[in-house]
Write a protein that binds this ligand. Structure first.
Ligand SMILES: [Zn+2]
Ligand SMILES: [Zn+2]
Length: 350
């Protein structure tokens, strides 16, 4: 089969790769119909140090089941499916708690990354086909009413946005600040509105992204031109935000975000961040702030997101700005990494 294969930073090649095969009774093989490039794929593109080479990248994909192992019960050959980007075994204690990100089996006791497309152990879905381990825990049938492209967002970023609102405990009437108006930030804005936030304040340095946020019903702040903390106070009757969600993944934004909260406010950090973060702890202590973060477990979120997408309350496909053949994936990465042509989401078709 053809796949987008990792050879190092900025060196993703569309080339022949070994056809995936069923390796365990719980596996399924999926023929990919659509995949997407994610902000977290950019970490690989930009040189995140990892030991493996020669595996297919990509963790956001949908397709059709081609074969299942003898132990698979929830999907059958021919089913349209989407996969959870984070792989769980479904039965260990962590998985039973809904934390597949900490699955004892798929992380090999915490020593391995269990997201598709970041290692040779779990080759990714920017490929013509992919093996999905523990299919009963990680594959979901796509309801008739949903298109492949709608379902593509259920693999990662729509659940991430829903998780962000959950971690920040967004409630009706809240004033919510969303730092970052990229693909994840945009969906956080939409999810916060669905949860009844009275005001959603979008923050970004990119005017095109702010314009889109405005069209989504957000107030917008450009921190390069305005004082963010002052604007948030103005927009919250001088109190500060009830909740802030950081959807960029920069250490200095985490500390700045804490400064935007009212007493008792909640910060959720869902931007991917590997660097140390300085926390103004006196502020957290004196103002009774809550700080939460985490890797998404889409399995926990999809059953409540599917009806919202079906009913049009959430329309993640509004983010698709580019559609390219899988063979042009590297071009898609360049466009996304350099933020050319107003890019938000690049969808790849095998
Ligand atoms: Zn992703
Ligand atoms: Zn598990």
């Amino acid at each position: 089969m053809k796949a987008v294969v990792y050879h190092g930073a900025r060196d993703f090649r569309y080339e022949d790769a070994a056809d995936p095969a069923l390796e365990s009774p719980g596996d399924a093989l999926v023929r990919v119909t659509r995949s997407a490039i994610c902000g977290s794929d950019l970490h690989l593109w930009n040189g995140l140090p990892i030991p493996d080479r020669g595996f297919a990248v990509g963790h956001e994909f949908v397709g059709v089941v081609e074969a299942v192992g003898a132990g698979v019960q929830s999907v059958r050959r021919g089913d349209r499916v989407f996969a959870s980007c984070t792989l769980g075994c479904g039965t260990c204690e962590s998985c039973r708690r809904g934390l597949m990100s900490g699955c004892a089996v798929t992380t090999a006791g915490g020593t391995r990354n269990n997201v598709f497309g970041f290692s040779a152990a779990y080759a990714g879905g920017q490929a013509e086909a992919v093996r999905v381990p523990f299919a009963d825990a990680n594959l979901f049938p796509i309801p008739e009413a949903l298109s492949d492209e709608q379902a593509l967002f259920l693999t990662d970023i729509l659940p991430t946005a829903d998780m962000a609102c959950e971690l920040a405990a967004v409630e009706p009437g809240d004033r919510v600040v969303v730092i970052g108006s990229g693909p994840v930030g945009s969906l956080v804005q939409s999810c916060a509105r669905v949860r009844g936030a009275a005001r959603v304040i979008a923050v970004d340095l990119d005017d095109a992204r702010l314009l889109r946020a405005q069209e989504r019903g957000c107030e917008v702040v450009h921190p390069g031109r305005e004082n963010l903390a002052e604007r948030v106070l103005e927009l919250s009757d001088g109190r500060g935000a009830d909740a802030v969600i950081e959807a960029v993944g920069r250490p200095e934004l985490v500390s700045a975000a804490l400064g935007l909260l009212r007493a008792g406010g909640r910060l959720a950090v869902v931007g991917v961040l590997f660097a140390p973060v300085e926390i103004p702890w006196a502020l957290v202590f004196m103002k009774n702030l809550t700080l939460r973060s985490g890797l998404v477990n889409p399995q926990r979120h999809v059953s409540r997101l599917i009806p919202l997408v079906e009913q049009g309350r959430l329309d993640p496909t509004e983010l698709i700005t580019h559609r390219l053949p899988l063979s042009e994936a590297a071009k898609g990465y360049e466009i996304f990494a350099e933020r050319r042509d107003g890019v938000l989401k690049v969808v790849l078709q095998p």
